[in-house]
Design a protein around this ligand. Structure first.
Ligand code: ATP
Length: 346
């Protein structure tokens, strides 16, 4: 059972804390995504699990076994990186088979396994090509085949799709998810792209400033962000955060007011763009800053007080720049955060 357990894991580089007291259990076969902005400690976490970096303190268990002192090559895991790291002088087949060669698997057995792994990523017809003769997507497929060929107990993937163009990334994302479910291999995947995290993950761990901000399924995190950091990181475009004052069941803002339950005090009101309707009057008033037709919807950016609020409305609901509008917020979809700490209130 390839569960992964990180227990009180800490990594300091000199006086700098790259990872602070991380606690995390990854289930056998789970697709876990570490999501966070640049420098939050995602790659450090991966490198610790891989054995490329030693923890300052804490434990790493793979399949119930403590691996802190185990060499990287003995951890039975395969890594896929953003830059593919293929050997340019080797053919596709040799690249895919390289981990088997290192493991001294006999040649005949190797050929079978290479063919099978290449087949899984639809590269079996290009085994004699060299990396320079492949497209970016094909190179990424070779890197994936090389990772799966040994059938390791754990995959570590660090932004493996980020060098691909947007269209290919979407295709490869679906292939990767399908492959991971088919192989049922525990996977830790690092990205700073929230769409990738939402679509791939069984569970997302959101990191910021070396600490976990929230852990949960994509649906849980989308529905109940734990703080304003998570709220503003998930969703495209992300949740609007409007700061004002709550008193006597009313959220008050210079641009209007909305009935909201909760204790009095300064609060940040969260509302997703799709939960705002726009007409001539509403809870809040503003003026249209920009109007973008997205095809199946229109994204209106509206100046409300001294900030911008995004509203996703119907494709026929575009408005002229500068037009005065009213915003009605869906009461059932409001989120309340503490204005000072940013933490979810209830
Ligand atoms: P990115 O998305 O940019 O790769 P990340 O979330 O993966 O970011 P890490 O690579 O884990 O971030 O780095 C976390 C922090 O630790 C960063 O501030 C980084 O500068 C620092 N760091 C990483 N490796 C070292 C090192 N060897 N020595 C000193 N500081 C380091």
């Amino acid at each position: 059972m390839a569960t992964v357990e990180l227990s009180n894991l800490q990594k300091n580089f000199g006086a700098y804390t790259a990872l602070e007291n991380l606690n995390l259990c990854i289930e056998d076969g789970e697709f876990l995504v570490l999501l966070g902005p640049s420098g939050c400690g995602k790659s450090t976490t991966m490198r610790l699990v891989a054995g490329l970096e030693e923890p300052t303190s804490g434990d790493i268990l793979i399949g119930g076994q403590r691996v802190n002192d185990m060499a990287a090559r003995d951890r039975d895991l395969a890594m896929v990186f953003q830059n593919y790291a293929l050997y340019p002088h080797m053919t596709v087949g040799e690249n895919i088979g390289y981990p088997l060669k290192i493991a001294r698997i006999p040649k005949a057995e190797r050929a079978n396994k290479v063919a099978e792994a290449a087949g899984k990523v639809e590269m079996d017809h290009l085994l004699t090509r060299r990396p320079a003769e492949l497209s970016g997507g094909q190179r990424q497929r070779v890197a994936l085949a090389r990772a799966i060929v040994r059938r390791p107990q754990l995959f570590l993937m660090d932004e493996p799709l980020s060098n691909l163009d947007a269209k290919l990334r979407t295709v490869m994302r679906a292939e990767l998810k399908h492959l991971q479910k088919e192989l049922a291999t525990t996977t830790i995947y690092v990205t700073h792209d929230q769409v990738e995290a939402m679509t791939l993950a069984d569970r997302i761990v959101i990191l910021n400033d070396a600490r976990i901000q929230q852990m949960g399924t994509p649906a849980e995190i989308y529905a109940r962000p734990a703080n304003t950091f998570v709220a503003s990181f998930i969703g495209s475009p992300p949740m609007n955060l409007i700061t004002g004052t709550l008193a006597e069941g009313m959220f008050r803002h210079t641009a209007g007011q909305v009935a909201v339950d909760g204790a009095a005090g300064p609060v940040t009101l969260g509302i997703r763009p799709e939960n705002i309707s726009v007409s001539d009057t509403g809870d809040l008033t503003g003026t249209v800053y920009s109007s973008e037709l997205l095809g199946d919807s229109t994204l209106l950016n509206i100046r409300v007080g001294d900030g911008l609020v995004a509203a996703k409305v119907g494709p026929d609901e575009g408005r002229a720049m500068g037009a005065p509008v009213g915003l009605t917020l869906n009461r059932a979809k409001l989120h309340l955060f503490d204005a000072e700490t940013g933490d979810r209130r209830a």
